[in-house]
Design a protein around this ligand. Structure first.
Ligand code: TRP
Length: 342
């Protein structure tokens, strides 16, 4: 079975964009069709200025929300990155395979470090080495496929390069992952700035619908979405990004097609109203289940404990094999050779 790995960083509250763009598919498709691991990548949340209490809180909340969206620990493995030492162990080895130049070429590093410097802040070294850790996340599990958005494609590409290079130099150790073929997931944009993604790390609230927003808040945000002065309800991403975004969201929530839906509306108001209700309905079961799970934190903890144990058992043999291959002396007498890749 195809092994799939994906991660979310606990750096902000999860949004409708995260849900319609990725997480919903993990729950509805990936966990059934593949051997999937979903990881709250908390170590990655430490690469920029952070508040320890907030990271801890968001890690717990993200785990709870993932379960609330329907991820079933009987079908997939849900766990927290820092609970499995193998990520950090392998990350170091991959830093010894990667080059300084290739890390500095990463677009996300260039953008984030420039922004930080502009603000007069300092750039953490871990922001530069982040892609090595991400490659470790992926390679430790013999991952075949990594379902992520375009913004992460370059990092997955790097993980591929590192796997190939390591295998060539030190012997076949890693499965070379594929960037999951572009998926027909919705690309949800910020309601106030429909040309930029509805990301969780942006702090401008009014354009972002959070998974845990109250129905009234969801309605208000959508009714206040910016629209385009123009030709009525047409689906045109370049000319009418605001309307196109609402149509995309409505289509993603109702299973329709944005182009076809545009024909059903005369006014922006009617489109907004239906979009708001569709979003409220999509979020309702997730919020209900989240509320339930919050009354049982011991259950969520048990899922994470069990997930980490399973993840560790999967990653251990591969990371041990990488340590041996690169020349590190095993601490204990070699056991029977474990399968290097799986
Ligand atoms: N870098 C990803 C992001 O910012 C999160 C991530 C970390 C990830 N490790 C991963 C995604 C491994 C997929 C696989 O969204």
């Amino acid at each position: 079975m195809t092994r799939v790995f994906s991660g979310i960083k606990p750096t902000g509250h999860l949004t409708l964009g995260n849900y319609l763009g990725a997480i919903r598919r993990w729950a509805d498709v990936d966990q059934y069709q593949s051997d999937a691991l979903f990881c709250i990548v908390d170590l990655h949340a430490l690469t920029v200025d952070h508040d320890p209490a907030r990271v801890r809180r968001l890690t717990r909340q993200d785990a709870t929300l993932l379960l609330a969206t329907g991820l079933d620990p009987k079908l997939c493995t849900v766990f927290v990155q820092s609970h499995v030492d193998e990520h950090a162990r392998l990350s170091y080895v991959l830093e010894c395979v990667a080059t300084d130049g290739e890390m500095r070429r990463m677009i996300q590093y260039k953008e984030k470090s420039a922004r930080e410097r502009e603000r007069g802040g300092s750039v953490r070294l871990s922001l530069l080495t982040y892609p090595a850790l991400m490659a470790a996340d992926i390679l430790a599990y013999g991952t075949d496929e990594v379902p992520v958005g375009d913004d992460q494609a370059q990092h997955v590409e790097l993980a591929r390069d590192l796997a190939v290079r390591f295998n060539q130099r030190y012997g076949h150790t890693f499965v070379v992952p594929r960037t999951a073929s572009p998926r027909v997931a919705a690309r949800v944009m910020n309601l106030q700035e429909p040309t930029s993604k509805m990301g969780k790390s942006d702090d401008s609230g009014p354009g972002i619908v959070y998974l845990l927003d109250e129905p009234e808040t969801v309605r208000k945000k959508i009714m206040r979405a910016v629209t385009d002065s123009g030709r009525g309800v047409v689906y045109d991403q370049a000319e009418q990004p605001g309307i196109a975004n609402l149509l995309e969201i409505l289509a993603a929530c109702t299973g329709g097609d944005p182009e076809a839906l545009s024909g059903e509306y005369e006014t922006y108001g009617a489109l907004k109203k239906d979009t708001a209700e569709a979003v409220v309905e999509v979020l309702r079961p997730v919020q209900d289940r989240h509320r339930e799970l919050c009354t049982d934190p011991a259950y969520v903890e048990a899922v994470l404990r069990d997930g980490a144990e399973r993840a560790r058992a999967m990653a251990r043999p591969t990371v041990d094999a990488a340590y041996r291959a690169i020349g590190l002396l095993p601490a204990v007498a070699e056991e029977a050779e474990p399968n290097a890749t799986r």
